[in-house]
Ligand binder design. Structure first.
Ligand code: GH3
Ligand code: MG
Ligand code: MG
Ligand code: MG
Length: 315
């Protein structure tokens, strides 16, 4: 652990250093002014080996010791660094102010070896526990973020998953209804995907799902549009504030993107590339209808697209 001594008396610095060296503390540095102390603290933080403890002489020439504590503690990045205030042998005149300013301990000279070592050990022990707690908290936050992402994202395609889609559909249904705006919905199904898997294997099938997902994602442009994996080789896109014309335009983009991507399909009745069929629905949400109605409408349009030859959009 790194200890910084802030004291303008060379003999006190020598004394502190000797006592702490004797107790096995090797990483000591000393400065004589508040400005140098702030510089040392900043530099150590910048290279990510922060100072762990400051021993601060409250009686440095030309600096008010209490103001020095306040000044160090006013920097966000130094707030967690413990400060032990050391004062000359006039009792406890500054004690209350020093603690109020943020010192974690207070030592009155003359420096007793046992007392100094005990107080330093205790401060560093608390510091270590705090660092451990902070690391645990950071790990937990990362884990929570990961869980949050996993619970809403499809692992294979990185699109929103079915759970996320279901939540978003209800949410947008309510919002678009309140704003009297049409809610657009696309249901998309890869054509002859079973044959694709049969011909090229499941691993390539997974790669195809990923590529189709990218083509879908690239077909939408508004921040509120949600592209989801609905299940298997079926996808769905929620298009807030979008009527039939706008939804149809997104479907056209999808066919176009896939044609450009030109993923070969060795066993399709539609052509030599992977294609999709799309069902489009849109409507202003009302009390008489429901999100399920919109889904059914998009689904039966998709069925029509399949029936009438695939690689097309029906509304
Ligand atoms: P259609 O044109 O009528 O949609 O025919 P299709 O062959 O695409 O539809 P079908 O429902 O017969 O087959 C869907 C196939 O999708 C079967 C299933 O094995 C495959 N599939 C579903 N999920 C995955 C997946 O995660 N990875 C892979 N590789 N294949 C999947
Ligand atoms: Mg299907
Ligand atoms: Mg299919
Ligand atoms: Mg089939």
């Amino acid at each position: 652990m790194k200890i910084l001594i802030v004291d303008d008396s060379p003999s006190t610095v020598d004394q502190l250093t000797a006592i702490l060296h004797g107790a096995g503390y090797r990483d000591l540095s000393a400065v004589t002014t508040l400005e140098e102390a702030l510089d040392s603290l900043s530099l150590a933080a910048k290279i990510e080996v922060p100072i762990d403890l400051v021993l601060l002489d409250l009686d440095i020439a030309a600096t008010n010791g209490i103001a020095a504590i306040l000044s160090i503690k006013s920097h966000n990045e130094f707030q967690d660094i413990p400060i032990i205030a050391i004062t000359k042998d006039d009792g406890t005149a500054n004690l209350d102010q020093a603690f109020a300013a943020g010192a974690s301990d207070y030592i009155v000279k003359p420096l007793g070896k046992t007392e100094l070592r005990a107080r330093v050990r205790s401060a560093l022990q608390l510091r270590r526990e705090m660092i451990k707690r902070m690391m645990r908290e950071r790990e937990l936050e990362q884990l929570a973020r990961k869980l949050e992402r996993m619970s809403n994202q499809d692992g294979l395609t990185e699109l929103a998953n079915r759970r996320c889609f279901d939540d978003a559909l209800v949410c947008e249904w309510v919002r678009n209804g309140r704003e009297d705006q049409p809610l657009g919905l696309l249901m998309i199904d890869i054509d002859h995907f079973k044959q694709y898997n049969d011909a090229l294997g499941h691993v390539n099938g997974d790669g195809c799902l990923y590529a189709v997902a990218k083509a879908l994602q690239n077909a939408v442009h508004r921040p509120g549009d949600l592209v989801a994996r609905y299940g298997g080789e079926e996808f769905a896109i929620i298009l807030p504030n979008t009527g039939y014309k706008g939804a149809k335009a997104v479907a056209d983009n999808i066919h176009e993107n896939l044609a450009k991507t030109a993923l070969g399909h060795p066993d399709s009745t539609v052509g030599s590339n992977v294609t999709v069929s799309i069902g489009v629905a849109s409507g202003i949400p009302t009390c008489e209808s429901s999100p399920e109605h919109l889904l059914q409408a998009a689904d039966s349009a998709l069925y029509q697209a399949k029936e009438s030859g695939r690689n097309r959009t029906e509304v």
